[in-house]
Structure formats: structure tokens, C-alpha cells
Design a protein around this ligand. Structure first.
Ligand code: SAM
Length: 207
């Protein structure tokens, strides 16, 4: 979802925060890349979270134009394989706020990297099973932000992430336009060790 003014309101977020310093956020190489959909510092924080997992294989739900995929492949040299998932043009997202996000040129920033593979399915991740995806070390969940989408992507992620790996979610915020916060706080209440990165819309969990 596109960034908003006053995007961060910690008082309305239940999941405990860790500082950006504590996950090792540093400046990154963003050559040729925009920061669409990301608030200040979030692209750096996704790279830092992924680095914690020392990833060989990465899966991203909602790869869009491949900007984050490219940033991760540019900045993390352990990555051997990256699978980005999205939907075809004309797909109608569950949440109204996401309807203009479906990309015209899916993953175009990342397609020139031989480690990258684009996976488009008619209903995106709703059509996928864990066996369609590789075992991996880092999953970035940033696709369908409706309840059914977040639940499905989290289920797939927990089945494919290897022990010691990390699942990260974008759009953990108080704005009420998507269901990410509600679903993640239910998981947290049920005992999952989710944390969020202070000053961002990112939440994450080590598996
Ligand atoms: C906010 S954008 C993702 C931005 C991207 N992760 C990045 O960092 O550059 C959300 C993406 O999710 C995709 N999407 C929506 N529903 C989906 C689904 N069911 N499966 C996979 N992708 C989906 C949209 O087409 C859109 O490209």
C-alpha cells in the first residue's frame, strides 16, 4: 500500500517493537530503484531482516515490479534463487485500496538477474500450494492484504521456510484499510513470536 503522512502510530500497535539498529539497518545500494509502496527506511529494513536469515533462497508474495527483489539481490550476495509471485493484469484485489497496485510489467526490475524467477497465477498465491514453491530462508509477504490473503500466505510461508529462517510482513499499520494488523495480532496473541520494526510497517518472525 502507498505510504501515508503520519504513517506510524506505535500506540495503536500491539506487537512489540525492536529498533532498526538492533536488526542491523544500514544504507543500501538502491541504484536505479524507486521506493514506491515503502516508507522511509523500510527498504533498508527489509534488506536487514533478510540478511539476518543469511538467505540462499527467497520467496516474495506480491513482487509487483520487482523493486524489492532487485534491492535484495543487489545487497545480499548469499542469495542463489529468488521467486517472486504476483497476479495477472485485470485481477481484482480483495481490498479496494490495492486495486491500482497490480503491475503492468510484473518484476521488470528483477528479470535481468538469472537468480530471479517470476511466478504469475490467475489468483496469485490463492492458487498455490507449498509444493509449488521452493524451500527457502526468507519470505517477504506483501501481496493480498485481505484476511484470506494474509492467512494463506502465512500458511504457505510457515511450510516453506527452513528452521532459522525469517518471515516478514509489510503493511502492519493502524490505518484500517487492510487486514494485516488484525491477523498478525491474532497470531501474536496465540503465541507466535512476532515482532515489529520500530518506525516501519514491517513485522517479522524467526521460524
Ligand atoms: C504493495 S504491492 C507489492 C510491492 C512489492 N512487494 C515491493 O516491495 O516492491 C502488492 C502486490 O501484491 C500483488 N497481489 C495482490 N493480490 C495478490 C495475490 N493473491 N497473490 C500474489 N500477489 C498479489 C499486487 O498485484 C501487487 O503487485
Amino acid at each position: 500500500m502507498a505510504p501515508q503522512p503520519n504513517f506510524y502510530n506505535p500506540l495503536s500497535l500491539q506487537i512489540p517493537a525492536v529498533t532498526q539498529d538492533s536488526i542491523g539497518c544500514t544504507p543500501i545500494d538502491k541504484t536505479g530503484l524507486n521506493t514506491r509502496f515503502m516508507n522511509p527506511g523500510e527498504l533498508e529494513a527489509v534488506v536487514a531482516l533478510a540478511r539476518l536469515a543469511k538467505p540462499k533462497v527467497v520467496v516474495e508474495f506480491g513482487v509487483n515490479e520487482g523493486r524489492t527483489a532487485k534491492a535484495l539481490m543487489l545487497n545480499i550476495d548469499t542469495i542463489e534463487r529468488y521467486v517472486g509471485i504476483d497476479v495477472p493484469q485485470g485481477y481484482v484485489t480483495d481490498k479496494a485500496v490495492q486495486r491500482r497496485e497490480v503491475p503492468q510489467q510484473p518484476a521488470h526490475f528483477a528479470l535481468d538477474d538469472p537468480r530471479f524467477r517470476l511466478l504469475i497465477a490467475r489468483r496469485g498465491s490463492h492458487d498455490l500450494a507449498a509444493d509449488d514453491l521452493p524451500k527457502c530462508d526468507f519470505v517477504f509477504i506483501d501481496g493480498d492484504h485481505g484476511r484470506a490473503g494474509v492467512v494463506k500466505d502465512t500458511l504457505l510461508a510457515t511450510r516453506i521456510v527452513r528452521p532459522g529462517g525469517i518471515i516478514a510482513w509489510h503493511d502492519y499499520h493502524h490505518l484500517g484499510t487492510v487486514d494485516v494488523r488484525e491477523v498478525l495480532e491474532e497470531y501474536y496473541d496465540a503465541g507466535r513470536p512476532i515482532q515489529h520494526v520500530e518506525g516501519t510497517w514491517l513485522a517479522f518472525m524467526r521460524v
